[in-house]
Design a binder for this molecule. Structure first.
Ligand code: TK8
Length: 335
């Protein structure tokens, strides 16, 4: 009898272990994951990492296929495709989400974060998570934030080393009112355009300049059509990895878990890779003939003063508490 019970227990244990292995519920799926930058960019490399990681976690069942260069559409077009369920995933700037959840404009306020450590802590902490969760009621699932990075200025007109140098420069900005107000208040002439139209706009001199992290200036070859780079670090720009809520709701718990885990793994990869690449980028751009100016702290201070009305306007637009919350979170990290 004892022996019988023992073997029964054994049999159940083995069956349990076997069923645990086979319990994972993965259906063969193809995810269209669109993004704006080139395949050979920090964004492209992280998409590749995500796809490979997801394939490992799902035994090759769930395949994420990356679509570079906005080939599935601009950030805003892709967001709408996700909401409608016509596309499964994308990664793009949080700044272009303001038409859907206007609170995302808070990240675009100038000179918020001093360094990446502060940005990571706030984005991955309760503030960033709460904001990402607001996308659900609008039809998207915000999985993780990636680093786009600190933004700097390029143009063809003149080296920008002080506030006055920005006067009248036609500057492409993201489709986001905070950016428009910000650069107009600095004396530039802000022109909102999707990223997918930017290279051509620079090449045809529809605009004189643009602003983006150095990695993007490199991977999008803006050095071919831009002469002057100013290190301004004016905004820290996050990317966000998004899924269609319509599609997400049809996934099994195992599939959701695998996607979440791959997203988190990709975040660590992407930030490390972007930061490493970013350290080489300025030298690369100099090598391509760009003239680089570091804007002094005193001049950045003058710019900070000048942009105050843009911040006040965003605050007055029902966002005062949101700004306060964010500043509180940043203060916590600084302590
Ligand atoms: C890529 C964009 C880009 C952003 C911009 O789709 O538009 O300037 O910095 O990264 O989201």
């Amino acid at each position: 009898m004892k022996q019988f019970v023992k073997s029964l227990v054994m049999a159940l244990a083995v069956a349990g272990a076997v069923s645990a292995v086979h319990a994972a519920d993965f259906k063969p799926r193809i995810i269209r994951l669109g993004y704006g930058l080139a395949e050979d960019s920090n964004q492209g490399r992280a998409v590749k990492f995500f796809s490979e990681d997801l394939a490992k976690r799902t035994g090759g069942k769930v395949k994420a296929k990356g679509f570079a260069n906005a080939s599935l559409g601009s950030d805003i077009q892709m967001q709408n495709a996700l909401i409608g369920g016509a596309q499964e995933m994308m990664v793009g700037s949080t700044a272009t989400l303001v038409g859907i959840v206007k609170d995302f404009g808070v990240y675009d306020l100038p000179f918020l974060f001093n360094n990446e450590r502060e940005a990571d802590a706030v984005l991955d902490g309760p503030f960033g998570q709460k904001l990402a969760a607001r996308l659900q009621e609008k039809g998207m699932v915000g999985l993780v934030y990636w680093e786009n990075g600190f933004r700097h200025l390029t143009n063809t007109k003149r080296p920008v080393t002080k506030l006055e140098d920005l006067q009248g420069i036609k500057l492409r900005v993201m489709q986001n009112p905070v950016y428009i107000d910000l650069f107009n208040s600095l004396g530039a002439n802000a022109v909102p355009l999707p990223f997918s139209e930017l290279f051509t706009a620079l090449e045809t001199k529809t605009v004189d300049g643009q602003e983006n992290p150095v990695n993007t200036i490199q991977s999008s070859k803006f050095y071919e059509v831009q002469k002057y780079l100013s290190i301004t670090k004016h905004v820290y720009s996050p990317w966000i990895v998004l899924a269609s809520k319509k599609w997400w709701d049809g996934l099994s718990a195992d599939e959701k878990k695998a996607l979440q885990e791959s997203a988190v793994a990709s975040r660590a990869f992407e930030r490390k890779d972007s930061r490493e690449a970013g350290r080489q980028a300025v030298d690369f751009l100099k090598g391509k003939g760009m003239q680089v100016s570091v804007v002094s702290d005193a001049e950045l201070g003058r710019m900070r003063e000048k942009v105050k009305p843009a911040i006040d306007k965003f605050a007055a637009d029902g966002n005062a508490d949101l700004i306060k919350d964010l500043q509180k979170e940043i203060a916590k990290v600084r302590k």
